[in-house]
Design a protein around this ligand. Structure first.
Ligand code: HEM
Length: 527
């Protein structure tokens, strides 16, 4: 919900007061009444529970803190934490938001009270996106979420299955390499390149090569367009979320726009599912993701996944998996371009482990120790989701001596924890070596270290971690092994950031590739 301060202006721009005075008066009354009732109810509960609500800025009547929020919420929340402390609250309309900025309190949420906080409450756009919470990312904590997540994490992304699907990642990466070779010496938008690599890898792992090449390429392109549109819609602040009483009016048309894109993507998914069923048995490279979903039958009830559940999961993967992975590829390349010493060290390691006569294989990746440290350091400074995905406790819970009421939206500002000087030496410096020290062994991606959680933690930790990590390291290693990357003549690389749906670079990373290892010496990809 970036740039929330624009909500009111866009709201009043849509609902012209001169043309709808009675409607406007009714809406205003409804807002005031519902805001007052909701806050009073929560404050009464507070008296009953005795624990106070966390401190926080006062804001205006009715709209609360809404007019004061600025873009780059993670930074805005850091400033507020300096004044109000490591746990503070904000009222925005009738919704209560709680922001946690200290590893010790975050640990209570994702470890001590993990089950209570493993719930999510999707906003209006996310409800449409997830077919009413039938996916993994926005589903409430419960049996349906557990089953889908179990199949996705344990079966679809088991090491065995990911190994079996390696050929698809290899084929897609080889295509991008050919493309880069055709553009050597000319500037390339690295974000666009990374995005196309990731989305095509993901699509191919789903359809398992059962679509003909032309249609597969077309689907990749269509997804790219749809994902971009979806990201813009999801990122728009929505007055329906702050005043649920207004949700039925969809005053900004956000739900309407979301329904349009979701139904468009749904049609592509249905086409691919039909083709997958028709081509059963023809898939190459192991059990593709779609087959696992289509074959699933619950052991006790014999029930399979519904079409909507499958489409909702596909939305998570196509949208949740691409933006995050792409932005981390871009940030890693950016950091290496401004830190030539680290770049030289990564490339020296690649020369040693992979060899100058070979292409990178995924089997090389576990031995690229320094590259892993570089990626970890990038994820520390530029976590793709700096506030994670908001949690919503299923019952009122006491954290750090404060009550977090049932239904409040809780953000963990991991970005601030990743640069907390109490836990990190010289926290703002890009220094991958810190992850090679012995004491840092616990700072992995599994969420056990409360001051380092780039993939989240607890039951709701990223469900695509295994796949995301594989794609990320394989793509970066290949780009850096085969090519040298430099900014175009006279241009510098900057590190400014922007929080949209993910934390991305404010300006695109444009770089000029030059051959480092020659194509003729590379291994052929066997499709
Ligand atoms: C570098 C890549 C990625 C990063 C940094 C990343 C990060 C995250 C984070 C921070 C969360 C929220 C966790 C929390 O609230 O505790 C999340 C959730 C999620 N991610 Fe990822 N992610 C990445 C790649 C992927 C990929 C490739 C997929 C799918 C193939 C994926 C699917 C999901 C899903 C489904 C959830 C929701 C989990 C749930 O609510 O149970 N992610 N991710």
């Amino acid at each position: 919900m970036p740039c929330l301060s624009s909500v009111l202006s866009s709201f009043f721009a849509i609902v012209d007061p001169r043309s709808f005075p009675p409607l406007l008066i009714c809406l205003a009354l409804a807002i005031v009444l519902s805001a007052t009732c909701r806050r009073r109810k929560i404050q009464e509960n507070e008296r009953k529970d005795e624990a106070p609500l966390p401190p926080g800025p006062r804001g205006f009547p009715v709209v609360g803190f809404l007019p004061f929020l600025v873009p780059n919420l993670h930074q805005c929340f850091m400033q507020l934490a300096r004044v109000h402390g490591p746990i503070f609250k904000l009222w925005i309309g009738t919704k209560l938001y709680v922001i946690i900025s200290s590893p010790l309190l975050a640990k209570q949420v994702v470890q001590d009270f993990d089950a209570t906080f493993a719930n999510r409450e999707p906003n209006a756009a996310a409800r449409v996106f997830s077919y009413g919470g039938k996916d993994i990312g926005f589903a409430p904590y419960g049996a349906q979420w557990k089953t889908l997540r179990k199949i996705f994490v344990r079966e679809m992304q088991s090491p065995w299955n990911l190994d079996a699907l390696y050929v698809h990642r290899q084929v897609e990466l080889a295509k991008r390499i050919e493309e880069i070779e055709g553009k050597v010496g000319t500037p390339i938008d690295v974000g666009d390149l990374a995005f196309r690599t990731v989305i095509n890898m993901i699509s191919r792992m789903f359809w398992g090569g059962t679509l003909d090449e032309h249609r597969a390429v077309q689907i990749g392109d269509e997804f790219r367009e749809a994902v971009m549109r979806l990201m813009t819609i999801i990122g728009k602040p929505n007055v329906s979320d702050f005043f649920p009483v207004l949700a039925r009016f969809d005053v900004q048309g956000i739900e309407r726009d979301m329904k349009e894109v979701v139904s468009w993507m749904g049609e592509i998914f249905e086409f691919a599912i039909d083709r997958r069923i028709a081509n059963a048995g023809k898939a190459k490279g192991g059990r593709d993701f779609m087959k696992i979903l289509l074959d699933y039958e619950d052991e006790e009830t014999g029930r399979s996944f519904s079409l909507e559940q499958i489409k909702a999961l596909l939305m998570d993967v196509v949208v949740g998996g691409t933006g995050t992975t792409t932005t981390i590829i871009v940030w890693t390349m950016t950091e290496l371009m401004v830190n030539p010493f680290a770049l030289r060290r990564v490339q020296a390691e690649l020369s040693e482990v992979v060899g100058l006569d070979n292409a990178v294989e995924e089997s090389h990746v576990p031995r690229l120790t320094y590259l892993h440290a570089v990626v970890k350091e990038t994820l520390r400074l530029h976590p793709a989701a700096p506030l994670l995905l908001p949690r919503s406790p299923i019952e009122t819970c006491n954290v750090g001596g404060y009550a977090i009421p049932k239904g409040a939206k809780v953000f963990l500002n991991v970005w601030v924890m990743h640069i907390d000087p109490e836990y990190w030496v010289d926290p703002l410096a890009f220094h991958p070596e810190r992850f090679l020290r012995e004491g840092m062994i616990s700072a992995d991606y599994k969420g056990g270290c409360p001051f380092y959680m780039p993939f989240g933690a607890g039951r709701r930790i990223c469900a695509g971690l295994a796949l995301g990590e594989r794609m990320l390291t394989y793509i970066i290693a290949t780009f850096l092994h085969l090519f040298e990357w430099e900014p175009p003549h006279g241009r510098t690389v900057d590190l400014s950031e922007r929080l949209g749906v993910v934390l991305e670079k404010l300006t695109p990373l444009v770089a000029v590739p030059r051959i480092r290892v020659h194509h003729s010496e590379k291994q052929e990809v066997g499709e």
